[in-house]
Write a new protein. Structure first.
Length: 42
């Protein structure tokens, strides 16, 4: 089940990208942008 129950919009992704660039406290972090989808291995 997805959480949230929808995928993000382009505006939401742009807000995230802007925060990643401008936040000096964020350092070497992996941020998943998959909407909670867990794909099975190939």
């Amino acid at each position: 089940m997805l959480f949230p129950k929808r995928l993000g919009t382009a505006e939401e992704f742009a807000t995230l990208a802007l925060e990643l660039v401008t936040n000096s406290y964020l350092n070497a972090e992996t941020i998943r942008v998959d909407g909670g989808i867990r794909m099975p291995p190939k």
